[in-house]
Design a protein around this ligand. Structure first.
Ligand code: PMV
Length: 324
């Protein structure tokens, strides 16, 4: 009747960008990510026979509105699976700074799916849990696993074959990520709205989708061989291609700020000085930098010195979902 789970967020090296079904969240391409140790959500789901609705407390504050609705709609899926009509008290602690530009929805929905199913007495395989989690937030389905994970888009219209699979565990490779946080704030185009606009109107969208299979195949070879240059350069090019689709949308948009470009240039300069570092960027202005442990001090120092950068948060690769 009560369960607690912890899940980490993840950073995509091959991006998920575009849906073919918005309701049950089916993507237009496979994606691949690294789960991050530094950023996580811990969620407790407790069932209450006497409740007439769900309660959701995030970091000690009751949540209402759209965010509450996403949680109860997701709990409805679990209730349906369990065949139980019982409401829950959901309490989450988020250790994902919103300002870091990580979707807390990835760790949030992975932890909610794990704690929710356990509280309802449902036993799911990791694959089944990933498929369920996908319906809360697409990128969250990759956070079920530690290390590197690939979300296979699947072919079916009912989503039965759309879930993530593990590619390499945490122990395989100590690849690190620096989250570079920028001071500037701007009204954000949500990933949901950004994808929709891109799919519907960007002439570059087909080029993006067609470029994925090669990127995926090569990055997986690179991960297997722990080849930083290969993995980093593919991740960087894939990110640039994703962001290029937004410039072709109608109306056009970009997630980048002036400091975003400065960070990108600084990463390139680091490489010219012999430090293997590569960037990737999600649906926001902040930049994530991939680097190796032996270069941590240099990378952190150089990134912190960039005007307009307010913080740099370092992370190792993290474990998949755990029950507490
Ligand atoms: O799952 P969402 O709605 O948070 O979308 C994530 C989209 C990107 O972060 C830009 C890419 C990705 O694969 O995580």
């Amino acid at each position: 009747m009560k369960a607690t789970a912890k899940a980490h967020t993840n950073i995509a090296l091959i991006k998920y960008w575009g849906k073919r079904n918005e309701e049950i969240i089916l993507p237009t391409n496979n994606s691949l990510s690294l789960t991050l140790d530094g950023f996580y959500t811990e969620t407790t789901v407790a069932l209450h026979e006497d409740y007439t609705e769900d309660h959701f407390i995030l970091d000690g504050q009751p949540v209402v509105g759209e965010q509450y609705k996403r949680v109860t709609t997701f709990l409805d899926l679990i209730r349906k699976l369990a065949g139980k009509n019982i409401y829950a008290d959901v309490r989450s602690i988020n250790n994902v700074p919103t300002a870091a530009g990580f979707a807390s929805s990835a760790s949030g929905f992975a932890a909610l799916a794990a704690a929710g199913t356990k509280a309802m007495g449902i036993h799911l395989s990791e694959q089944e849990l990933s498929r369920l989690t996908r319906q809360g937030s697409g990128s969250a389905c990759r956070s079920i696993y530690g290390g590197f994970a690939e979300w296979r888009m699947g072919k079916e219209n009912d989503g039965s074959d759309s879930y993530a699979v593990p590619i390499a565990p945490v122990e395989h490779w100590d690849l690190r990520v620096a989250a570079v946080i920028l001071s500037s704030t701007m009204k954000k185009v949500s990933s949901r709205e950004g994808m929709k606009r891109t799919v519907e109107s960007s002439p570059f969208f087909d080029g993006w989708v067609n470029s994925i299979p090669k990127d995926l195949e090569e990055i997986k070879e690179g991960i297997k061989a722990r080849n930083m240059e290969k993995v980093g350069s593919i991740a960087e090019a894939n990110c640039l291609r994703m962001h290029a689709t937004t410039l072709g949308a109608n109306p056009p948009f970009t997630y980048w700020h002036d400091t975003t470009l400065t960070v990108m240039q600084t990463v390139k300069q680091l490489r010219e000085q012999g430090v293997p570092a590569y960037f990737t960027i999600d649906a926001g202005p902040n930049v994530k930098v991939l680097y190796l442990p032996e270069n941590e001090k240099t990378v952190e120092k150089v990134l912190r010195e960039i005007p307009g950068v307010t913080d740099v948060r370092l992370s190792k690769s993290g474990q998949g979902v755990t029950y507490i």
